[in-house]
Design a protein around this ligand. Structure first.
Ligand code: F3S
Length: 400
Protein backbone atom coordinates (compact mmCIF):
# COMPACT_ATOMS: atom_id res chain seq x y z
CA UNK A 1 0.00 0.00 0.00
CA UNK A 2 1.28 3.48 -0.82
CA UNK A 3 1.46 5.71 2.23
CA UNK A 4 1.78 9.47 2.36
CA UNK A 5 4.70 10.97 4.21
CA UNK A 6 2.52 11.70 7.22
CA UNK A 7 1.15 8.14 7.24
CA UNK A 8 4.67 6.71 7.02
CA UNK A 9 5.71 8.92 9.93
CA UNK A 10 2.69 7.74 11.87
CA UNK A 11 3.69 4.17 11.20
CA UNK A 12 7.21 5.00 12.35
CA UNK A 13 5.89 6.29 15.66
CA UNK A 14 6.22 10.06 15.20
CA UNK A 15 2.64 10.61 16.43
CA UNK A 16 2.88 8.19 19.35
CA UNK A 17 2.56 4.48 20.00
CA UNK A 18 -1.27 4.48 19.88
CA UNK A 19 -1.47 6.01 16.41
CA UNK A 20 1.31 3.68 15.28
CA UNK A 21 -0.58 0.55 16.41
CA UNK A 22 -3.83 1.80 14.89
CA UNK A 23 -2.25 2.52 11.52
CA UNK A 24 -0.38 -0.79 11.55
CA UNK A 25 -3.72 -2.59 11.94
CA UNK A 26 -5.24 -0.53 9.14
CA UNK A 27 -2.34 -1.21 6.79
CA UNK A 28 -2.76 -4.94 7.44
CA UNK A 29 -6.51 -4.66 6.78
CA UNK A 30 -5.85 -2.65 3.64
CA UNK A 31 -3.41 -5.30 2.41
CA UNK A 32 -6.01 -8.02 2.95
CA UNK A 33 -8.54 -6.08 0.88
CA UNK A 34 -5.93 -4.98 -1.68
CA UNK A 35 -6.35 -1.27 -0.91
CA UNK A 36 -3.84 0.87 -2.77
CA UNK A 37 -3.84 3.75 -0.31
CA UNK A 38 -5.47 5.38 2.69
CA UNK A 39 -8.09 8.12 2.53
CA UNK A 40 -9.07 10.67 5.21
CA UNK A 41 -12.31 10.06 7.13
CA UNK A 42 -14.52 12.90 8.30
CA UNK A 43 -16.78 10.88 10.66
CA UNK A 44 -16.52 7.70 12.67
CA UNK A 45 -18.75 5.61 14.92
CA UNK A 46 -17.52 2.85 17.22
CA UNK A 47 -19.92 0.06 18.11
CA UNK A 48 -18.40 -0.54 21.52
CA UNK A 49 -19.91 -3.58 23.18
CA UNK A 50 -18.79 -3.24 26.82
CA UNK A 51 -17.50 -6.80 26.54
CA UNK A 52 -14.06 -8.16 27.41
CA UNK A 53 -12.40 -8.01 23.99
CA UNK A 54 -13.73 -4.52 23.36
CA UNK A 55 -12.46 -3.17 26.67
CA UNK A 56 -9.13 -4.95 26.20
CA UNK A 57 -8.54 -3.18 22.88
CA UNK A 58 -9.76 0.24 24.01
CA UNK A 59 -7.58 0.12 27.16
CA UNK A 60 -4.61 -1.06 25.12
CA UNK A 61 -4.98 2.02 22.94
CA UNK A 62 -5.30 4.28 26.01
CA UNK A 63 -2.13 2.77 27.50
CA UNK A 64 -0.39 3.46 24.20
CA UNK A 65 -1.41 7.12 24.50
CA UNK A 66 -3.87 7.12 21.58
CA UNK A 67 -6.21 10.08 21.09
CA UNK A 68 -8.92 10.25 18.44
CA UNK A 69 -8.28 12.70 15.63
CA UNK A 70 -11.89 12.25 14.45
CA UNK A 71 -13.93 11.87 17.64
CA UNK A 72 -16.29 8.91 17.19
CA UNK A 73 -19.80 8.63 18.53
CA UNK A 74 -20.16 5.33 20.40
CA UNK A 75 -22.66 2.54 20.92
CA UNK A 76 -24.45 1.94 24.21
CA UNK A 77 -23.34 -0.32 27.03
CA UNK A 78 -25.84 0.16 29.84
CA UNK A 79 -26.94 2.98 32.09
CA UNK A 80 -25.36 1.90 35.37
CA UNK A 81 -27.09 4.48 37.57
CA UNK A 82 -30.54 3.66 36.15
CA UNK A 83 -30.21 -0.10 36.57
CA UNK A 84 -28.71 0.19 40.05
CA UNK A 85 -32.05 1.76 41.05
CA UNK A 86 -34.22 -1.04 39.65
CA UNK A 87 -32.12 -4.20 40.00
CA UNK A 88 -28.87 -5.60 41.35
CA UNK A 89 -25.79 -5.05 39.24
CA UNK A 90 -22.84 -7.28 40.07
CA UNK A 91 -19.49 -5.73 41.04
CA UNK A 92 -17.97 -7.26 37.91
CA UNK A 93 -20.56 -5.70 35.60
CA UNK A 94 -20.29 -2.36 37.37
CA UNK A 95 -16.53 -2.38 37.01
CA UNK A 96 -16.83 -3.35 33.33
CA UNK A 97 -19.09 -0.42 32.45
CA UNK A 98 -16.93 2.01 34.42
CA UNK A 99 -13.84 0.81 32.55
CA UNK A 100 -15.63 1.21 29.20
CA UNK A 101 -16.69 4.76 30.01
CA UNK A 102 -13.20 5.69 31.24
CA UNK A 103 -11.35 4.20 28.27
CA UNK A 104 -13.50 5.86 25.61
CA UNK A 105 -13.49 9.17 27.47
CA UNK A 106 -9.69 9.11 27.58
CA UNK A 107 -9.56 8.28 23.89
CA UNK A 108 -11.57 11.42 23.22
CA UNK A 109 -14.78 9.79 21.99
CA UNK A 110 -18.09 11.65 21.86
CA UNK A 111 -19.98 9.68 24.51
CA UNK A 112 -23.40 9.42 22.90
CA UNK A 113 -23.84 5.75 23.94
CA UNK A 114 -26.38 5.42 21.17
CA UNK A 115 -26.65 2.99 18.25
CA UNK A 116 -28.48 5.36 15.86
CA UNK A 117 -26.15 8.41 15.92
CA UNK A 118 -26.78 8.86 12.20
CA UNK A 119 -30.23 10.21 13.09
CA UNK A 120 -29.24 13.10 15.30
CA UNK A 121 -25.59 13.61 16.16
CA UNK A 122 -23.35 12.08 13.53
CA UNK A 123 -25.07 12.81 10.23
CA UNK A 124 -22.94 12.74 7.07
CA UNK A 125 -23.60 14.47 3.79
CA UNK A 126 -23.65 12.81 0.37
CA UNK A 127 -20.31 11.36 -0.68
CA UNK A 128 -18.51 11.79 2.66
CA UNK A 129 -15.92 9.09 3.44
CA UNK A 130 -16.57 7.72 6.91
CA UNK A 131 -15.91 4.67 9.11
CA UNK A 132 -19.01 3.41 10.94
CA UNK A 133 -19.37 0.15 12.77
CA UNK A 134 -22.85 -0.97 13.99
CA UNK A 135 -25.21 -3.02 11.89
CA UNK A 136 -27.99 -0.47 11.48
CA UNK A 137 -25.54 2.37 10.90
CA UNK A 138 -23.57 1.13 7.89
CA UNK A 139 -26.60 0.55 5.61
CA UNK A 140 -28.13 3.89 6.65
CA UNK A 141 -24.93 5.80 5.89
CA UNK A 142 -24.49 4.13 2.49
CA UNK A 143 -28.07 3.75 1.36
CA UNK A 144 -29.96 6.69 2.81
CA UNK A 145 -27.34 9.45 2.86
CA UNK A 146 -25.17 8.25 0.02
CA UNK A 147 -22.13 8.74 2.24
CA UNK A 148 -19.57 5.92 2.21
CA UNK A 149 -18.49 3.41 4.81
CA UNK A 150 -17.35 -0.17 4.91
CA UNK A 151 -18.87 -2.60 7.38
CA UNK A 152 -16.32 -1.75 10.05
CA UNK A 153 -15.72 -3.61 13.27
CA UNK A 154 -15.63 -1.63 16.53
CA UNK A 155 -11.84 -1.99 16.46
CA UNK A 156 -11.25 -0.96 12.85
CA UNK A 157 -13.58 2.03 13.32
CA UNK A 158 -11.64 3.02 16.44
CA UNK A 159 -8.39 2.79 14.49
CA UNK A 160 -9.91 5.08 11.85
CA UNK A 161 -10.96 7.52 14.57
CA UNK A 162 -7.40 7.54 15.95
CA UNK A 163 -5.54 7.90 12.65
CA UNK A 164 -8.21 9.92 10.83
CA UNK A 165 -7.87 7.54 7.88
CA UNK A 166 -9.21 4.36 6.43
CA UNK A 167 -7.93 2.02 3.71
CA UNK A 168 -9.59 2.69 0.36
CA UNK A 169 -11.48 -0.47 -0.59
CA UNK A 170 -14.94 -2.06 -0.67
CA UNK A 171 -17.93 0.27 -0.39
CA UNK A 172 -15.73 3.36 -0.57
CA UNK A 173 -15.17 2.67 -4.27
CA UNK A 174 -17.74 3.51 -6.96
CA UNK A 175 -17.55 0.13 -8.65
CA UNK A 176 -18.46 -1.78 -5.47
CA UNK A 177 -21.57 0.28 -4.74
CA UNK A 178 -23.61 -0.92 -7.66
CA UNK A 179 -26.64 -3.10 -7.12
CA UNK A 180 -26.22 -6.80 -7.76
CA UNK A 181 -29.58 -8.45 -7.21
CA UNK A 182 -33.01 -7.12 -8.13
CA UNK A 183 -35.50 -7.68 -5.32
CA UNK A 184 -39.05 -7.52 -6.59
CA UNK A 185 -41.24 -7.00 -3.54
CA UNK A 186 -44.64 -8.53 -4.19
CA UNK A 187 -45.50 -8.53 -0.48
CA UNK A 188 -47.50 -5.61 0.84
CA UNK A 189 -45.27 -3.21 2.78
CA UNK A 190 -47.76 -1.36 4.96
CA UNK A 191 -45.75 0.11 7.82
CA UNK A 192 -42.36 0.35 9.56
CA UNK A 193 -42.73 -3.17 10.97
CA UNK A 194 -42.98 -4.73 7.52
CA UNK A 195 -39.52 -3.36 6.75
CA UNK A 196 -38.22 -5.40 9.70
CA UNK A 197 -39.60 -8.58 8.14
CA UNK A 198 -38.46 -7.59 4.66
CA UNK A 199 -34.93 -7.02 5.96
CA UNK A 200 -34.92 -10.40 7.63
CA UNK A 201 -36.48 -12.25 4.69
CA UNK A 202 -34.19 -11.04 1.90
CA UNK A 203 -30.94 -12.64 3.19
CA UNK A 204 -32.73 -16.00 3.19
CA UNK A 205 -32.55 -15.77 -0.61
CA UNK A 206 -29.26 -13.93 -1.08
CA UNK A 207 -26.14 -13.47 0.99
CA UNK A 208 -23.35 -10.89 0.74
CA UNK A 209 -24.96 -9.17 -2.23
CA UNK A 210 -26.20 -5.60 -2.69
CA UNK A 211 -29.97 -5.69 -3.22
CA UNK A 212 -31.97 -3.25 -5.29
CA UNK A 213 -35.58 -3.03 -4.13
CA UNK A 214 -38.42 -2.29 -6.47
CA UNK A 215 -42.15 -2.14 -5.75
CA UNK A 216 -41.70 -0.79 -2.24
CA UNK A 217 -43.10 2.59 -1.18
CA UNK A 218 -40.88 5.50 -2.16
CA UNK A 219 -41.73 7.53 0.95
CA UNK A 220 -40.42 5.32 3.77
CA UNK A 221 -40.00 6.86 7.23
CA UNK A 222 -36.52 7.12 8.79
CA UNK A 223 -37.57 4.30 11.15
CA UNK A 224 -38.54 2.08 8.21
CA UNK A 225 -35.12 2.58 6.61
CA UNK A 226 -33.38 2.02 9.92
CA UNK A 227 -35.34 -1.23 10.40
CA UNK A 228 -34.62 -2.45 6.89
CA UNK A 229 -30.88 -1.86 7.17
CA UNK A 230 -30.60 -3.26 10.71
CA UNK A 231 -32.26 -6.53 9.77
CA UNK A 232 -30.51 -6.90 6.40
CA UNK A 233 -27.13 -6.46 8.03
CA UNK A 234 -27.94 -8.65 11.05
CA UNK A 235 -29.42 -11.51 9.06
CA UNK A 236 -27.17 -11.26 6.02
CA UNK A 237 -24.15 -8.94 6.29
CA UNK A 238 -25.61 -6.41 3.86
CA UNK A 239 -24.03 -2.98 4.42
CA UNK A 240 -25.71 -1.32 1.47
CA UNK A 241 -29.00 -1.54 -0.38
CA UNK A 242 -30.73 0.55 -3.00
CA UNK A 243 -34.35 1.55 -3.12
CA UNK A 244 -35.05 3.06 -6.50
CA UNK A 245 -36.25 6.61 -5.94
CA UNK A 246 -34.97 6.74 -2.34
CA UNK A 247 -31.26 5.89 -2.33
CA UNK A 248 -29.38 8.94 -3.64
CA UNK A 249 -27.32 6.74 -5.96
CA UNK A 250 -30.43 5.03 -7.34
CA UNK A 251 -32.63 7.68 -8.96
CA UNK A 252 -33.42 5.04 -11.61
CA UNK A 253 -33.10 1.28 -11.86
CA UNK A 254 -30.39 1.71 -14.45
CA UNK A 255 -28.38 3.98 -12.15
CA UNK A 256 -28.71 1.48 -9.28
CA UNK A 257 -27.10 -1.25 -11.42
CA UNK A 258 -24.56 1.14 -13.01
CA UNK A 259 -26.10 0.35 -16.38
CA UNK A 260 -25.49 -3.39 -16.05
CA UNK A 261 -27.94 -6.28 -15.84
CA UNK A 262 -28.81 -7.68 -12.39
CA UNK A 263 -26.89 -10.86 -11.54
CA UNK A 264 -30.08 -12.34 -10.23
CA UNK A 265 -33.74 -11.47 -9.67
CA UNK A 266 -35.58 -12.60 -6.55
CA UNK A 267 -39.16 -12.10 -5.48
CA UNK A 268 -40.34 -11.53 -1.93
CA UNK A 269 -43.93 -12.59 -1.43
CA UNK A 270 -46.38 -12.17 1.41
CA UNK A 271 -45.76 -15.80 2.21
CA UNK A 272 -42.01 -15.13 2.57
CA UNK A 273 -42.68 -12.42 5.16
CA UNK A 274 -45.15 -14.61 7.05
CA UNK A 275 -42.73 -17.54 7.02
CA UNK A 276 -39.84 -15.49 8.36
CA UNK A 277 -42.06 -13.96 11.02
CA UNK A 278 -43.14 -17.40 12.18
CA UNK A 279 -39.55 -18.57 12.24
CA UNK A 280 -38.11 -15.75 14.35
CA UNK A 281 -40.87 -15.15 16.88
CA UNK A 282 -41.43 -17.15 20.02
CA UNK A 283 -44.99 -18.41 20.41
CA UNK A 284 -47.53 -16.24 22.20
CA UNK A 285 -48.69 -16.72 25.77
CA UNK A 286 -48.28 -14.86 29.05
CA UNK A 287 -45.74 -12.07 28.84
CA UNK A 288 -43.62 -10.40 31.49
CA UNK A 289 -42.32 -7.25 29.79
CA UNK A 290 -41.96 -5.24 26.58
CA UNK A 291 -38.71 -3.92 25.16
CA UNK A 292 -38.40 -1.46 22.28
CA UNK A 293 -35.50 0.41 20.77
CA UNK A 294 -33.25 -2.11 19.08
CA UNK A 295 -32.01 -0.09 17.19
CA UNK A 296 -32.59 2.91 19.47
CA UNK A 297 -35.95 4.57 18.92
CA UNK A 298 -36.14 8.03 17.43
CA UNK A 299 -38.50 10.66 18.82
CA UNK A 300 -41.32 9.77 16.39
CA UNK A 301 -41.24 6.16 17.56
CA UNK A 302 -41.21 7.21 21.22
CA UNK A 303 -44.22 9.40 20.52
CA UNK A 304 -46.02 6.56 18.80
CA UNK A 305 -45.74 4.40 21.92
CA UNK A 306 -46.59 7.29 24.25
CA UNK A 307 -49.73 8.04 22.22
CA UNK A 308 -50.78 4.38 22.36
CA UNK A 309 -50.43 4.12 26.17
CA UNK A 310 -51.80 7.55 27.03
CA UNK A 311 -54.33 7.32 29.86
CA UNK A 312 -54.01 3.53 30.01
CA UNK A 313 -52.44 1.14 32.48
CA UNK A 314 -50.02 -1.56 31.40
CA UNK A 315 -50.00 -4.94 33.14
CA UNK A 316 -46.31 -5.49 32.43
CA UNK A 317 -43.34 -3.18 32.49
CA UNK A 318 -42.34 -1.55 29.20
CA UNK A 319 -38.98 -0.01 28.36
CA UNK A 320 -37.94 2.07 25.38
CA UNK A 321 -34.20 2.31 24.73
CA UNK A 322 -33.01 5.49 23.10
CA UNK A 323 -30.27 8.11 23.17
CA UNK A 324 -29.85 10.61 25.98
CA UNK A 325 -30.64 13.36 23.45
CA UNK A 326 -33.95 11.75 22.48
CA UNK A 327 -34.83 11.00 26.10
CA UNK A 328 -34.24 14.65 26.93
CA UNK A 329 -36.51 15.68 24.07
CA UNK A 330 -39.17 13.17 25.15
CA UNK A 331 -39.01 14.58 28.67
CA UNK A 332 -39.54 18.13 27.42
CA UNK A 333 -42.44 16.98 25.24
CA UNK A 334 -44.18 15.26 28.18
CA UNK A 335 -43.82 11.84 26.55
CA UNK A 336 -41.75 10.40 29.39
CA UNK A 337 -44.38 11.47 31.90
CA UNK A 338 -47.12 9.80 29.81
CA UNK A 339 -45.13 6.60 29.55
CA UNK A 340 -44.29 6.50 33.23
CA UNK A 341 -47.91 7.13 34.21
CA UNK A 342 -48.89 4.03 32.21
CA UNK A 343 -46.14 1.89 33.76
CA UNK A 344 -43.49 2.30 31.09
CA UNK A 345 -40.13 4.04 31.03
CA UNK A 346 -37.39 5.34 28.76
CA UNK A 347 -33.85 4.21 29.40
CA UNK A 348 -30.94 5.91 27.69
CA UNK A 349 -27.33 4.78 27.06
CA UNK A 350 -28.46 1.13 27.04
CA UNK A 351 -28.41 -1.83 24.67
CA UNK A 352 -30.63 -4.86 25.16
CA UNK A 353 -27.63 -7.18 24.73
CA UNK A 354 -26.17 -6.31 28.15
CA UNK A 355 -26.07 -7.99 31.57
CA UNK A 356 -28.22 -5.24 33.12
CA UNK A 357 -31.27 -7.14 31.84
CA UNK A 358 -30.40 -10.26 33.82
CA UNK A 359 -33.62 -9.90 35.84
CA UNK A 360 -35.48 -10.71 32.59
CA UNK A 361 -33.51 -13.85 31.72
CA UNK A 362 -35.80 -16.85 31.38
CA UNK A 363 -38.81 -14.55 30.89
CA UNK A 364 -40.90 -13.75 27.85
CA UNK A 365 -41.41 -10.30 26.39
CA UNK A 366 -42.78 -8.57 23.33
CA UNK A 367 -40.78 -6.47 20.89
CA UNK A 368 -41.09 -5.15 17.36
CA UNK A 369 -37.46 -6.01 16.57
CA UNK A 370 -36.17 -9.29 15.12
CA UNK A 371 -32.65 -8.08 15.92
CA UNK A 372 -33.56 -7.78 19.58
CA UNK A 373 -34.91 -11.34 19.61
CA UNK A 374 -31.91 -12.66 17.70
CA UNK A 375 -29.23 -11.26 20.01
CA UNK A 376 -30.96 -12.08 23.29
CA UNK A 377 -31.33 -15.81 22.54
CA UNK A 378 -27.90 -16.33 24.14
CA UNK A 379 -29.19 -14.58 27.24
CA UNK A 380 -32.19 -16.89 27.46
CA UNK A 381 -34.68 -14.09 26.84
CA UNK A 382 -37.72 -14.99 24.79
CA UNK A 383 -39.49 -12.56 22.51
CA UNK A 384 -42.80 -12.56 20.74
CA UNK A 385 -42.30 -10.24 17.76
CA UNK A 386 -45.23 -8.07 16.72
CA UNK A 387 -46.09 -4.64 15.38
CA UNK A 388 -45.81 -1.89 17.98
CA UNK A 389 -49.57 -1.44 18.48
CA UNK A 390 -50.08 -5.18 18.96
CA UNK A 391 -47.25 -5.18 21.50
CA UNK A 392 -48.95 -2.39 23.45
CA UNK A 393 -52.28 -4.24 23.46
CA UNK A 394 -50.42 -7.29 24.76
CA UNK A 395 -48.88 -5.19 27.53
CA UNK A 396 -52.34 -4.13 28.65
CA UNK A 397 -53.59 -7.73 28.78
CA UNK A 398 -50.34 -9.28 30.03
CA UNK A 399 -50.48 -11.85 27.28
CA UNK A 400 -50.42 -12.25 23.53
FE1 F3S B 1 -28.63 -1.04 19.48
FE2 F3S B 1 -27.91 -2.98 21.04
FE3 F3S B 1 -29.85 -3.37 19.37
S1 F3S B 1 -26.58 -1.58 20.08
S2 F3S B 1 -29.28 -2.11 17.68
S3 F3S B 1 -29.86 -1.93 21.10
S4 F3S B 1 -28.22 -4.78 19.77
Amino acid sequence: MKLTQEEQEMLDGKYGEGAKIALKIQVALGDVFKAERMVPVSRTHVALSNQDADIWFAEKMVEAGAKCRVSPTVNPGFNLEYFQCITTISKKDEEQIRRTRKAYKELGATLTFDCTPYQEKNVPRFGEITAYSESSATPFINSVYGARTNRESAQSALCAAITGRTPLYGFLLDENRKGEVLVDVQAKIRNDFDYQLLGYAVPKKLKFKTPVFVNVPTNPSPAALMNLGAQLNTAGNVPMYHIVGVTPEAPTLEAAFHGEEPKKIITITQEDLEKVHEEITDPGGKIDFALFGCPHFNIDQVKQVADLVKGKQLKVKLWIMTSALTKNLATKMGLLETLQAAGGDIVDDTCMDQPCWEFLYGKKGVTDSPKCAYYTKRRNMQFVIREVDECIEACMRGEI
